[in-house]
Write a protein that binds this ligand. Sequence first.
Ligand code: SF4
Length: 391
Amino acid sequence: VCPTASITPKYEVDKVWKEIENPDKVVVAQIAPAVRVAIGELFGFKPGALLTGQIVNALKMIGFDKVFDTSFAADLTVIEEANEFIQRKQEDYKLPLFTSCCPGWVKFVEYYHPELITNLSSCKSPQQMFGSVAKEILPELLNIKKENLAVVSIMPCTAKKAEAKRPEFNHGGIKEVDYVLTTVELAAMIKEAGIKFENLTPEPLDMPMGFKSGAGVIFGNSGGVSEAVARYAYEKLTGQKLFDFEFKQLRGSDALRTAELELNGTKIRMAIVSGLKNASELIKKLKNKEAEYDIIEVMACPGGCIAGAGQPYTTESDNKCKRASALYESDKTLQLHKSQDNPYVSELYSSLLGEPNSRKAHSLLHTKYYNRRRITPENLIKLADNDSKKL
Ligand code: SF4
């Protein structure tokens, strides 16, 4: 049984077309990292072709008003999650910390391992952080009403559709993310519009939410979140600048990888696992005290989002490797590689959020999880409603 609802995806292309045709609506897109290295396979490009600019061009031709990058929100996720981790580590509280970027994994915990809910990071996924911040800052920047802003995510993943529909991400009828299109759905939309994607020239992303560091881009690979957090934790714990930014010991295609970092006397034991079967085996080991870690990154799809269920179908592991390498190459060619160096993220903290993990940051960027075995969908809506009133 798929715990992520990814086997019953809803096709949302028609709804997005309607929003674009509505003159009262401003429709913005966020593009997840893994989409840019896979969509080309549906238009005759080789696996791993990096096509961010061409996607921007296509979305603008389709009628999107602004095109941003989920990697911007991934940079935010790194800062929030790394600070949450460092605090838990220093207080020796609820370790290991499990990452929460993957809604497939989060839902798996809520259904099958509710006893681990308090070990999950309270950070929303980058998709939801993006939607939450977009609905908070864009109405003023674009001079529109909040209800006239539609946020469309372009995701590698069908589980993201279910995530966007969670009641806790709907605030009195205003959803953080209104629609989610998979990579395959976007390709269908491009073809429907008669756009020759293979002939498009690259266009730039819009600012401020189109700016990212390479740390936000590698999120698409299994191990990317851990590496991005390590780049942050290094500077925070040692007080020194990190120049050699690649943590190659955290990379690879094995379903379970482990590494130990020693940062100014703090030993950090990390595990990276992809695939829910592998995650279950790791949980068993943790419970039997056969393994101990401080932070564990879990991605439901083997290899991470590059191999998500909304990506072009491939059985070639070589294709997945090419997508993964393209994200690491993209990181290399960007000027910035650490989330804490993203100037637009810094600006967001000084103008709106205050400190990482502040009250405001919690109200916009963090969430709660529920034991789904005990809760009916109706009660879940009531609980989520009460929680959002408290913030
Ligand atoms: Fe979605 Fe798979 Fe990525 Fe999880 S690992 S967010 S299920 S694409």
